[in-house]
Ligand binder design. Structure first.
Ligand SMILES: C[S@@+](CC[C@H](N)C(=O)[O-])C[C@H]1O[C@@H](n2cnc3c(N)ncnc32)[C@H](O)[C@@H]1O
Length: 203
């Protein structure tokens, strides 16, 4: 996601704002379901969800600090106490999540990496899927939303051996929970979505 460097966004500021910077097990509530968005961008989707579901807990994982800062701003403006913002890479997801497993995973408009030589960077590539199997509860859902048809179809193929597909949509309706990308991309064509349950290491 495009976002210019913001000079005043420093590790010290992010830490002061409660953003997790270290790769270590997250302090998570034990009494509520926890939902995770990977590559949360500027945070419109996850902050709207957190606002609408104050009894649940949400994690926004984003690797770009300047994009992530837009989530911090929204969290403060919306006074969200049920959203944890993590600056980090999905590659090490299993180092953040220990015993408190995740009830649902959102992948919204993940980078499609169209060239074959880059496919292994896709957040739906089998290497990432095996990480998700480690951190998800046995009945957890995964929701994938994108405007990129080839990425969507390839992702369904990667997921097929380990996922029970519950809903596959090739022209998703608008909803109250849309990301910044979705709002932009809707003007250009259809939005694709898959919702399903991943077979985890516990199931
Ligand atoms: C195309 S943008 C979409 C952002 C947002 N989900 C949306 O729909 O508006 C993809 C985002 O994923 C983040 N990202 C890419 N790879 C990541 C990774 N391995 N771990 C965490 N975030 C990642 C990027 O920094 C970028 O903000």
């Amino acid at each position: 996601m495009r976002q210019k460097r913001i000079k005043y966004v420093t590790p010290a500021l992010l830490k002061e704002k409660g953003v997790v910077l270290n790769v270590e097990p997250l302090a998570l509530p034990k009494d509520r379901p926890i939902y995770l968005e990977i590559g949360a961008g500027k945070g419109q989707f996850i902050t709207a969800l957190a606002k609408a579901h104050p009894d649940d807990f949400f994690i926004a994982l984003e690797v770009n600090p300047y994009v992530l800062y837009r989530i911090v701003e929204k969290k403060e403006a919306m006074e969200l106490h049920n959203l944890l913002i993590v600056l980090g890479d999905a590659k090490v997801l299993d180092q953040y999540i220990n015993d408190q497993k995740i009830a649902g995973l959102y992948l919204n408009f993940s980078d499609p990496w169209p060239k074959s030589k880059h496919h292994k960077r896709r957040l739906t590539f089998p290497l990432f899927l095996s990480l998700y199997q480690k951190i998800l509860l046995s009945d957890a859902f995964i929701q994938l939303r994108t405007d990129h048809l080839n990425f969507f179809l390839d992702s369904l193929e990667y997921l097929e051996p380990m996922c029970h597909f519950e809903q596959i949509t090739y022209d998703l309706d608008i909803s109250p929970y849309m990301t910044e990308y979705e709002i932009k991309k809707r003007a250009l064509g259809p939005i694709y979505q898959m919702k399903g349950r991943i077979k985890t290491n516990d199931s």
